[in-house]
Design a protein around this ligand. Structure first.
Ligand code: GDP
Length: 394
């Protein structure tokens, strides 16, 4: 089996095990490093195909250059990450960063169960950090924190270790103050981020390194090592000793909930229908045997496939040929292609079960936010269709 076939087989296996899935997003104030982090996580996890990477598999293989911009127009990118000997399917769903797109941000937040909040170590918590954190918490999305651009504290600001730690402490305090303010009551203390348990990581998305307390304990790499390597300009060793994707994706797997856990508490808050109905119960349990309920997060116009709708499957199993209702559009549609993501690429599958991010064709003129279901149910969101369909062109 080639590398591609092996990866497809792996994803096929993981998509049927919801405990091994994490649906997450990255949210930040503008310029704090969301794009750089997304691209470099994808590259680090080895999910860029040779075609996309331009077949540049030579010795000076520069993942960062090859990854730049790949995640920016994607509705979702998936990564496979090994944590404590087990593999996980991590879906990074696009959450629009701009505050003006409030509706889109909320919609994307619905599809994810957890989020990495990125804060620039130099600037600290900024107004949009508060906005995105508030939006996440309002949708019952659990946060973890990544303090970015730490290289600048070392090299440009020339801060000593104590001053750097003080900066981290201030950012963590500010973020926890916001979590306390906006988190649902039952999660206010549980969701506070802590350095000791690894729900906080810090590093440099640009230079591809990161650290967390659990990683330092496990590997013996210290902050002193990082400072020395940064000052020496030895980025290569830095990346090897403290790889960004390992530290950050370990944090995601360890601290963000899987769909089985998350749907139990999220569905009663996100959906206004009767949770005691069959379909309500199927969503609470993330049941692949239940009736299909899916919410579309983004529509992309694909040169070959036409309109591709990406969304979160809350219950049931999405299959080719299935007839579904577009609840807000008040009409029926038939699902044609069904796919799942491998890196930024769509791979066709016969069926995709609850808990996953699916890409389908056949939902003619559906809009982002649409609830797609096998029976007439309460929609997740009331949408107002105009005569012109809204599409995002990739
Ligand atoms: P976004 O607006 O949050 O998506 O931010 P970008 O990822 O586009 O980053 C904004 C700018 O900060 C770009 O010029 C990046 O190259 C730079 N940047 C991102 N991460 C780091 C980092 O860890 N260190 C440094 N020095 N620059 C960074």
């Amino acid at each position: 089996m080639g590398r591609r076939e092996e990866m497809i087989a792996k994803i096929k296996e993981l998509m049927t095990q919801p405990e091994r899935i994490r649906n997450m997003g990255i949210a930040a104030h503008i310029d704090h490093g969301k794009t750089t982090l997304s691209d470099n996580l994808l590259a680090g996890a080895g999910m860029i195909s040779e075609e996309l990477a331009g077949k540049q598999l030579v010795l000076d293989f520069d993942e960062q250059e090859q990854a730049r911009g790949i995640t920016i127009n994607a509705a979702n990118v998936s990564m496979v990450h090994t944590y404590e000997g087990k593999e996980y399917l991590i879906n990074l769903i696009d959450t629009p960063g701009h505050v003006d797109f409030g509706g889109d941000v909320t919609r994307a937040m619905r599809a994810i169960d957890g989020a990495i909040i990125v804060v620039d170590a130099v600037e600290g918590v900024m107004p949009q950090t508060e906005t995105v954190l508030r939006q996440a918490l309002r949708e019952y999305v659990k946060p973890v924190l990544f303090i970015n651009k730490v290289d600048r504290l070392i090299k440009e600001l020339k801060l000593g270790p104590n001053e750097i730690l003080n900066r981290f402490a201030k950012i963590i305090t500010d973020v926890n103050r916001l979590i306390k303010k906006y988190a649902p009551d039952e999660f206010k203390s549980q969701w506070m981020v802590k350095v000791e348990d690894g729900s906080v990581a810090f590093g440099s998305a640009y230079y591809n390194w990161a650290l967390s307390v659990p990683y330092m304990k496990k590997t013996g790499v210290s902050f002193k090592d990082i400072v020395e390597l940064t000052n020496a300009g030895d980025i290569k060793t830095l990346r090897q000793k403290a790889p960004l994707h390992v530290v950050v994706l370990d944090m995601v797997v360890r601290h963000l909930p899987n769909p089985l856990e998350a749907q139990k508490y999220r569905i009663p808050h996100l959906w206004r229908g009767d949770v005691n109905s069959d379909v309500g119960q199927a969503m609470l349990k993330c049941d692949p045997q239940g009736k299909i309920v899916m919410v579309v997060t983004k529509i992309i116009l694909d040169k070959h496939a036409g309109e591709v709708a990406t969304g979160r499957v809350w219950s049931g199993t999405v299959k080719t040929g299935q007839e579904v209702y577009l609840i807000s559009a008040k009409r029926k549609a038939r699902i044609q292609q069904v796919g799942i993501y491998m890196g930024p690429e769509r791979v066709n599958m016969e069926a995709v079960p609850a808990g996953n991010i699916v890409a389908v064709t056949g939902l003619r003129d559906a809009m982002a936010g649409e609830t797609v279901a096998q029976e007439q149910i309460e929609p997740f969101e009331a949408l107002h269709y105009t005569s012109e369909p809204v599409v995002t062109v990739a």
